[in-house]
Design a protein. Structure first.
Lengths: 367, 367
């Protein structure tokens, strides 16, 4: 009758105590008090978390499925993560592995406003993989960042994003940076059909981000980058809902390594709240995600589910031009490849290095 | 010349690679690109993170001190945590252990507006420990929660907080709950000098929280609870700064997934951003914090530092009345004791159980 959401936890535990451990989590994530002290019938039958299944995954790892009343979440994304993992995040032996939401809750959150096909359409690339490059390092003044943007654009890059460290610092204020970068991009005759799109990174509180979006819109920008784990789920979702023309790329900063499974957090949940694309550390780069995690993450971002638009996976974190073929073999072409440091190392050859990266992506024939 | 902040990491690492690992973190948390590709003198000398010290803590654990330019943070708390731990949070072998901020940055963030002495003054308790009890379980309608509040107040409790699972659910909307609870408290003749203070829990995005604060103020409330890890540091700080009369109790929900040392995150950083009190899981309860961690956390919340007002430690998470003496011996009286389930288990004896808890706290003679 009342819809429930399913939270799936992975728990390291002595087999003899897994049942009581699972029950304790079901209580912690719902009523957070001794059941014997609860009289209310509705609370007992609906609100208390229910252990639905316990599976032994061997070697001391258990998969526990707990259902929670959807009413406990209401329509608030912050309350969603609070119900799923709030206090249990304080337990070191538990990973939030996956979540299944009732259809109406998925509909409430709504997912990407634009997604893969719109991000492709905006750069005139209906089928191939997309390309992206970052403006960095932080510390450079707006004019220097604008020069980098020029070279990336001349090389034919689709999306040029701020590094996630670029905020509203005195040496490169947000407004001056957006102005300089977008002005520089307007002077470029792009090698392809469409001009490169500037993707400024937002920072600060919700009001500050709103002001930044207004500034960016005035400069002709229609896509921005945000950090959902820093701004908070509720504020991320609000910003998405009140800016219908803006696409959002989500960055994984502060997403932690392992306590919430990356495919769930970065793939499923960021998409659910409205990420049109999601940056994540590709395997074999500077971070420790395995190929299996990366594949599962990309699938969670793209999968046909709950009538949500697909969110573009953006594997990154130390990628190089010579991995383009391998990455496209791995991810297919429903992907945005992001290369930063390896292009910037070309220095005065930045435009040519970028053009070579772009050519490799454009020339790739997907099997 | 330029002020720098110090980030102290604990890293599990092969001794032979700790130097390169430390240097990689210094780069990741600042310019995030190969140093050889950076020409700019200011970036090279100031913006690139610097490994200041590496100490072998034995058994494969190293303490690494990295300094970062304060200019990279600007005045934004979200950018502070982004600079301290953003991408490095994605590495499983690193814990953010401590942070030292330049004085002006601490002044910018400003810390608690009220703190220990004001929270004591508001309930007419200038020297003793404070008492707190939670309204739960979620799922109860406002009238039932108001009845619980009545019993707690009749028992003499200082602060009555919403459980952190109470949001704006259909079965107990925020507005109706605040109205019912505050109305109930107004009917009580308190056993002590002052009436119990209602502490509603805020949820949702920044605007929703602002509306909730306005509602709460109208009902005579001047203290609320928030979850900084769910609302985001920048939004927490903004709410504190724009509501000068409101005190804030910070809840630790979602604080565990990020691998930031609890004394730093819950003690130092929550206080820095304006928490007047901080709830945390006491040792020997439902969570795994050790006595040492709890002691360090309480010290970080209270310590005389950076001219910040003291933030009241609120040990909780499965506490019972028979631990009052032991907890006060451990924490001293600059503390707020929070007991929930153990009181609610008394059911029709709730008022008497509460009175016994309160008497134990009031009767404690600190050595």
């Amino acid at each position: 009758m009342h819809p429930r959401l399913q939270a799936i936890y992975h728990i390291r535990c002595d087999p003899r105590s897994i049942e009581s451990r699972a029950q304790a989590i079901a209580v912690e994530q719902s009523v957070e008090m001794p059941l014997a002290a609860i009289d209310d019938d509705f609370v007992r039958s609906d609100i208390v978390g229910r252990v639905e299944a316990i599976a032994d995954k061997a070697n001391g790892l258990f998969e526990v499925r707990i259902s929670l009343a959807a009413e406990t979440v209401g329509q608030d994304p912050g309350q969603l993560i609070n119900m799923l993992f709030g206090n249990t995040s304080l337990h070191e032996d538990v990973v939030l592995h996956d979540v299944e939401l009732p259809e109406e809750l998925a509909k409430t959150f709504g997912g990407p406003r634009h997604g893969l096909s719109e991000l492709r359409r905006r750069v005139g690339a209906p089928v191939r993989a997309l390309t992206c490059a970052p403006l960095k390092p932080q510390g450079l003044p707006p004019a220097a960042l604008a020069n980098l943007a020029k070279s990336f654009a001349q090389g034919g890059i689709d999306y040029i994003k701020d590094d996630h460290g670029l905020a509203d610092q005195a040496y490169s204020p947000f407004a001056a940076r957006v102005e300089a970068v977008t002005a520089a991009l307007r002077t470029i005759e792009p090698p392809g059909a469409r001009a490169a799109q500037s993707v400024p990174s937002l920072s600060g509180d919700l009001d500050t981000m709103r002001a930044q979006i207004a500034l960016a819109k005035d400069a002709g920008v229609d896509i921005v980058m945000v950090a959902p784990m820093i701004m908070g789920f509720s504020n991320f979702h609000r910003l998405v809902r009140e800016n219908v023309s803006i696409a959002f790329i989500a960055h994984p900063t502060m997403a932690g390594a392992a306590r919430i499974a990356p495919p769930l957090l970065l793939g499923k949940l960021f998409r659910l709240l409205g990420a049109d694309a999601v940056v994540f550390p590709n395997h074999g780069g500077r971070f420790g995600y395995s190929p299996d995690i990366c594949r599962a993450l990309a699938r969670a971002a793209l999968a046909d589910r709950d009538a949500l638009r697909p969110c573009v996976p953006v594997p990154a974190g130390g990628m190089t031009g010579d991995r383009v073929r391998e990455m496209l073999d791995f991810y297919g072409t429903e992907v945005m490849l992001l290369i930063g440091g390896a292009l910037l190392e070309a220095r005065e050859g930045l435009r040519e290095a970028t053009a070579a990266f772009v050519a490799a992506v454009h020339g790739y024939a997907h099997r």
